[in-house]
Design a protein around this ligand. Structure first.
Ligand code: PGA
Length: 244
């Protein structure tokens, strides 16, 4: 990996209470020793923890992201929803959008596109997730599916510099399975060919064992880590091994 920055995005999903934030101390002290220009570290906790985490991480290089948001950039009668400007106001700098777990709940490309556009307006950077299912992979539809997700998700998005694309095959998320390096390399090349200048992360079962293999993919700009980021020892291991 020869890129200037390598991104590590911790997607905590529905995990963590106030006390859980203490576990990040290990990561904070590890990061202190790190050369600033190499590492972009972004924690995406549940919305309930963004504000306290923001207080905790002040004066560190660690940044904060949200895991989703409502598509509107103004207030509204939307019970249970949070919009991007509200997330920005409590310390989020990024938001994960288009995650397959939310697509499975009914988010379609048009909705994701709206969320992306309004989140950019609110001043957030976007971690835009795309990925194919196992049957789509088996039917050799991966590129077609990703292409569609990108074209629709980024329709009329002018400021593509605000977008980081996370390639997350649905079948690799939480399964312990990962594509072969050669497959990831090819897909990342394909994505970068479609969205010029974009950063592309890989996500799906990244852990402190397979990172030794995954880090060899030289066009990947970093990793979106779910389960393994919930344990600070494992997460530090993943970062350390990537740079070793
Ligand atoms: P996983 O999740 O690392 O637990 O597979 C990744 C993700 O869903 O972003």
């Amino acid at each position: 990996m020869t890129n200037k920055y390598i991104y590590f995005v911790a997607n905590w999903k529905m995990f963590g209470k106030l006390k859980t934030l203490n576990s990040i101390n290990k990561v904070m002290s590890f990061v202190k020793k790190f050369k600033k220009n190499k590492l972009k570290l972004i924690y995406c906790p549940p919305a309930t923890l963004i504000s306290p985490l923001n207080d905790k991480l002040k004066s560190t290089i660690i940044q904060i992201g949200a895991q989703n948001c409502h598509e509107s950039d103004s207030y509204g009668a939307n019970t249970g929803q949070i919009n991007s400007s509200m997330l920005k106001a409590v310390g989020a700098r990024y938001v994960i959008l288009g995650h397959s777990e939310n697509r499975q709940l009914g988010e379609n490309d048009n909705l994701i596109n709206l969320k992306i556009k309004n989140s950019i307006k609110s001043g957030l950077k976007i971690i835009f997730c795309i990925g194919e299912s196992l049957s789509q992979k088996k039917n050799k539809q991966t590129k077609r599916i990703l292409s569609k997700q990108i074209d629709r998700g980024l329709k009329k998005v002018v400021n593509k510099k605000k977008i980081i694309i996370a390639y997350e095959p649905i079948w690799a998320i939480g399964s312990g399975l990962t594509p072969k390096n050669s497959e990831i390399l090819e897909i990342v090349k394909f994505i970068k060919g479609k969205v010029r200048g974009s950063k592309v992360l890989y996500g799906g079962s990244v852990n402190n064992q397979n990172i030794n293999v995954l880090k060899k993919i030289n066009n990947v700009d970093g990793f979106l880590v779910g389960g393994a980021s919930q344990n600070s020892n494992n997460f530090v291991d993943i970062i350390r091994k990537t740079f070793n």
